[in-house]
Design a protein around this ligand. Sequence first.
Ligand SMILES: Nc1ncnc2c1ncn2[C@@H]1O[C@H](COP(=O)(O)OP(=O)(O)OP(=O)(O)O)[C@@H](O)[C@H]1O
Length: 638
Amino acid sequence: MSTVLIGVENVATPKWARRRGGTSVSLGKAIKSLPSAVSMVVRLAWRTSPRLTLMAGVVHVLSGCVTAFGLLATADVFSALLREGPTPQRVVEALPALAVVVGSFVVRALLDTAVAAVESSLRPRVTREANDEVTAVLVRAQLLAFEDADFRELARQGGRRGVRSLESSLRYLADLVSGGISLIAAVVTVGLLDPWLAPALLLAAFANAWASARASKLRYEHFLDSVTRNTRKGVVEEVATDRDFALERHALTLQERLLAEHRRIADSLMADEIRMAHRTNGVRLAGRALAGVGTAIAYVVLGVLLHTGGMELALAGTAVLAMRTGFSSLASTTRAVNSLYEDSFYIDFYRKLLVEGAERAQGSSPVTAPEDPGEITLADVSFTYPGASKPALREVNLTVARGEVVALVGENGSGKTTLGKVLTGLYPASSGTVRWDDVDLAEADPHSVHSSIAVIAQDPAQWPMTARHNVTVGRLEREDDEAWREAVAKSGADEVLATLPAGPDTVLSRQFNDGQDLSGGQWQRMGIARGMYRDAAVLVADEPTAALDAKAEARVFEGLREATARRTTILVTHRLANIRNADRIVVLDQGRIVEQGTHEELMASRGHYFELFELQAAAYRGGLLSSEASGKGLVKPA
Ligand SMILES: Nc1ncnc2c1ncn2[C@@H]1O[C@H](COP(=O)(O)OP(=O)(O)OP(=O)(O)O)[C@@H](O)[C@H]1O
């Protein structure tokens, strides 16, 4: 048996993380990719506070200029000190320039404080805005977007890394501005002293920039190559440590297998990371060697100039100082460009997430769906999940009249839940039309459609709220105590509330102090109460009683019967005894409707439904459980 428990190798890389073939690494590309990332950061900062953005720009430019100015003043100090003549006289002559240098230090210190103040006000605003945009895009996305694994991963990367990169790139952008200005000042100063020195300095600059860009690119490629494995590692970590899997993990003695799986993926990631780090170090070494050549050339040129009398000693001192300033500005500028370049990839995820999120946003339309449709009609409706190879529904034709109770039955995976979602406009039909009266849901405002539906899910959401809110969240604007009591009584949730330490005010979440968790059946009762409280015209109950005990189930069906007298109801269930009285039973098989009619009609036709019903009836009569009847029953013969 294979030791691979959760495969990695055969998992497709998300579309957005696929490398375009033959991408070459070049400084040009790095520089070209920067403006869009920079403009995104600047626009975001501007949106949060134009005043602070402007101030940040001004103080950074000023800070760069003051550094440059200080450099030139220091050059003057050198010139005065290294000039020929008596020392006291040279010192006195150097004093004005020295005063300018000291002044520039003071101004620089003040500007640094201003920079810190502006940045600490701007950065949290940018982070908040970026976070807000991601959250808004995800909150407003259509339901179907969350069925797409690619989109979910993009949301994770764009939301986490993208937002973090936006925040850090703001700092790097500031470093780039001030570092760039002082670098330019140094190159200009050196160039003015002797035109031969500037190219050598520039060679060192380009070598550093090339190495940084290439190292970033390698790191980014490594990131893309490991996206899928990192996702898988996350999955294994979850199943190996999460509470939801704890019971089966122990009962199935899977702990060591999961640990081995985790190590297998982690080892493969680690090996790649080490390989990438070695390559990056090699690139850096090449860059530094080239930069060293540039520096050496500069000093050789300087030596030759001094030797041949092409430059005075005082000016040579200034040149050395300017070159040193140049190299240190070069280091900070390169670091900033490098980090910005790396951030630009993740900012691109953020941008893609916003674009894709906007494309997948739940639209709005002036066409409103009827509040209580007289007839819901599906014509040739097919539906395929994103990324699925087979449709979940195929050419379904169905009409449900107001007040009708339609039961959907069929084997696992036959399409019952999907049909419930398409019929209520939660999922759009891939082809065919769904109409509520004469309104095509493809053209209707989704909010108006969803306002008229209530969904009782088989596995209801466990809202981390009080027990009361777990019910009233069904329709927050309702605030109807009488309806609350009724929903709680009919669903059997009243018995759950009676066991809670603070009754309806108990918080239902273990994440909070004094929070309480519920059993599966208890959560289901809360879900039913929520669906009943919502009191919508169209009710979809998907296996509403699967986790309930027999007494609670009987009570819920009694409650549902009363509630459904006023509503159009779609009931998905495997317990066929509960739907004998449904107005219509629709049998699905592999996404198609294969039979429909009342219980009596379907039993008379002796088809698919008859077979399923007889199987269940036999089980209740004891046929399946007795070895006598089946010859291979579950109960040992006495
Ligand atoms: N999120 C999804 N992505 C891809 N395929 C899905 C998804 N959900 C369901 N399917 C597939 O669609 C088909 C119909 O699923 P559906 O949940 O509607 O079946 P069902 O009849 O309600 O099953 P059950 O009785 O087990 O609840 C199945 O083949 C299932 O594998």
